[in-house]
Design a protein around this ligand. Structure first.
Ligand code: G6P
Length: 611
């Protein structure tokens, strides 16, 4: 979850590191630190501070106080040891000679720590990372690479590491196992980073480190080695993300910017994939016979991506008549899943780095399943380990709460369901073509929904003081309720739950009292009357009902609900891509009115690379 960055070149390192960290802050933001080699002093200069990155940045006057052209930096999401100056990274060895930044968890750190303490080595922090720095120094005899190699044989767990030693002030060492790390190739400089957004300002040429690889970076070259320390040639790829896509561009928050970017993101995701009336997936090869022989589709994901999976189940089953099971990635490998060569496992992940999702992918592969992933971040670990990848092409998403990546995941699922249905012959020609037309129309309809943002802001101003909110709906409206509820709780810290409306009578209705806020979703035409009945039920027990329905049902809903948000009428297949927008905006405005830190909600991180 933490963000790491490293630079070696000819310019002052500290401002570059701080700028890189500012783009990684979504990965962790409870403390930050940098280490720069100061050539005049001949030592490492390490500075760390608890709190947001700007605390450190102010202390260092934007980096102007630190002199040196090589360094590493870190923004932390605490696992071992509470957020504090001392627990922040870089962690240094006893003599201060070796500095380490780390993303991940060292599982056997306690055992290693006891060993080092028994050797008389004192520890200053509670972190697992300090063990790495101390152990490198323990093995160091003038050959840094060999000392790092010996440490790697002893540590267990997940790690991406950036290492700097004051004896080798022209080199950085990068190591990766189960935590993302990329290498950047600049003009007379080299970078390491958790994510491309950290270095996009300096270079677009990157390579992705594989598990078990180690790299030595100098200003002129990067040499990679495999786990046997044999040199490996890395493929250098060009990143095509625009720099301004990772900037706020005048918006107050990334989340709002990303909500507003959804029409473009959906266009980018959908239009190249519909050609001459057919769904076309380039670089995607699933034998039609394999699709026909499929016995089951599993969808595996976490968080919002899991909610996409729930919608995907309805859509895939409806269009293909193949059974679809949806599982939380964190549960998947513990539930003894039934997977064989006739099972397609669809893995959904915005970041492509979620550890639980990655573990589920590996378990599915072990059991013989084929892996198709739906991912936003190109070259991410999940994308690279999958048999097939469908990218969502939403562009970089910075806010912790996902919006445009989520809606493009939904769009990819729609395209996939139509593609399979076409192969299987389970969709009529006319229906297929109308679905494609609706998908192509979708970005404009999302624009229409976004143009109503002021109404939603007004509703948020009416309800932002509630302590507890219930979301109710059936079928896709239930799945969307889960996402609406998650968005709200993530960023506004209001307690919120989503229920399948039919379950109300089995318990939840006892929680409804005068003034309770219920967000009732009734966008699905065939279930509208059922939705109305549930609105009446909660209304008659005193609830304030904020309803979400389609334009043609507005009038009927207005007669009963306290307030109504609407989306254009649309086919069920594309409804979720529309209904999510008012829910995102509602959560955003509520959080804004409550004065919350919207882009970096407490305790959360965008890329969850620990179990
Ligand atoms: C975190 C993020 C969520 C996201 C989830 C799964 O909790 O805050 O927005 O849905 O991880 O992430 P993934 O990258 O696998 O989609």
């Amino acid at each position: 979850m933490c963000g790491i960055v490293g630079y070696v070149g000819q310019e002052q390192a500290a401002p570059i590191l701080l700028d890189g960290l500012s783009r990684l802050e979504y990965r962790g933001y409870d403390s930050a630190g940098v280490a720069v080699y100061d050539s005049t002093l001949g030592t490492l200069s390490v500075h760390k501070a608890k709190g947001r990155l700007n605390v450190l940045s102010q202390q260092l006057h934007g980096g102007a106080d630190l002199h040196g052209t090589i360094g590493i930096g870190h923004t932390r999401w605490a696992t071992h040891g509470a957020p504090s100056d001392v627990n922040s990274h870089p962690q240094v060895s006893r003599s201060g000679k070796i500095a380490v930044v780390h993303n991940g968890i060292i599982e056997n750190y306690a055992e290693l720590k006891s060993f080092l303490i028994s050797q008389g080595i004192p520890f200053t922090s509670e972190t697992d990372t300090e063990v790495i720095a101390q152990l490198i120094e323990y093995f160091y005899d003038g050959d840094l690479l060999s000392a790092v190699g010996r440490v790697l044989h002893r540590i267990q767990g997940a790690y991406a590491l950036g290492i700097l030693c004051d004896d080798c002030p022209d080199k950085l060492i990068a190591v990766r196992k189960d935590s993302p790390l990329i290498l950047g190739y600049g003009e007379g400089c080299s970078f390491l980073a958790s994510d491309v957004t950290a270095i996009l300002r300096h270079t677009r040429k990157v390579s992705y480190m594989e598990d078990g690889e180690l790299a030595v970076l100098t200003q002129d070259s990067i040499q990679c080695y495999n786990h046997l320390m044999q040199p490996v040639d890395k493929e250098i790829v060009q990143v095509d993300w625009e720099m301004d896509a990772a900037e706020k561009g005048g918006y107050e928050h990334f989340m709002f910017k990303e909500i507003m970017e959804q029409p473009q993101a959906l266009r980018r995701c959908i239009s190249p994939r519909i050609r001459e009336g057919e769904v076309v997936f380039e670089d995607f090869h699933l034998d039609p016979q394999y699709i026909r022989d499929l016995q089951k589709i599993y969808i595996v994901a976490c968080g919002s991506s899991y909610h996409v999976g729930m919608v995907g189940k309805y859509q895939l089953e409806k269009l293909t008549r193949k059974p679809v099971e949806v599982a939380l990635a964190s549960e998947f490998r513990y539930m003894d899943p039934i997977v064989n060569e006739h099972t397609l496992v669809v893995v959904i992940s915005q970041s492509g780095e979620t550890l639980d999702t990655m573990a589920a992918l590996r378990e599915a592969r072990r059991l013989g399943g084929k892996i198709l992933s739906i991912v936003n971040v190109v070259g991410s670990s999940i994308a690279r380990e999958s048999d097939q990848v469908l990218y969502t092409w939403a562009g970089p998403e910075i806010a912790v709460a996902t919006t445009k990546a989520y809606s493009t995941q939904l769009a990819v699922i729609c395209l996939l369901a139509l593609y399979f249905a076409r192969v299987l012959g389970t969709v009529e020609d006319g229906e297929y073509r109308s679905c494609l037309e609706d998908l192509l129309r979708l970005p404009d309809q999302v624009e229409q929904v976004l143009s109503q943002k002021d109404h939603i802001q007004y509703f948020a101003s009416q309800y932002f003081n509630h302590d507890s909110v219930f979301f109710i709906g059936r079928n896709i409206d239930y799945a969307m309720g889960l996402e609406g509820s998650l968005k709200l709780k993530e960023i506004s810290y209001i307690h919120s739950e989503a229920y399948a409306s039919g379950e109300l009578k089995h318990g939840t209705i006892s929680l409804i009292e005068p003034g309770t806020l219920v967000v009732a979703l009734g966008t699905c035409k065939r279930l509208f009357q059922k939705a109305m009945s549930n609105v009446v039920e909660v209304k008659s027990r005193g609830a304030d009902v904020l309803a979400l329905t389609t334009e043609s049902c507005r009038k009927e809903m207005e007669g009963t609900a306290s307030a109504v948000m609407t989306i254009p009428d649309a086919r069920e297949l594309v409804l979720p891509c529309l209904s999510v927008v008012p829910l995102q905006l509602f959560a955003y405005y509520v959080a804004l009115m409550r004065g919350c830190d919207i882009d970096k909600p407490r305790n959360l991180a965008k890329s969850v690379t620990v179990e």
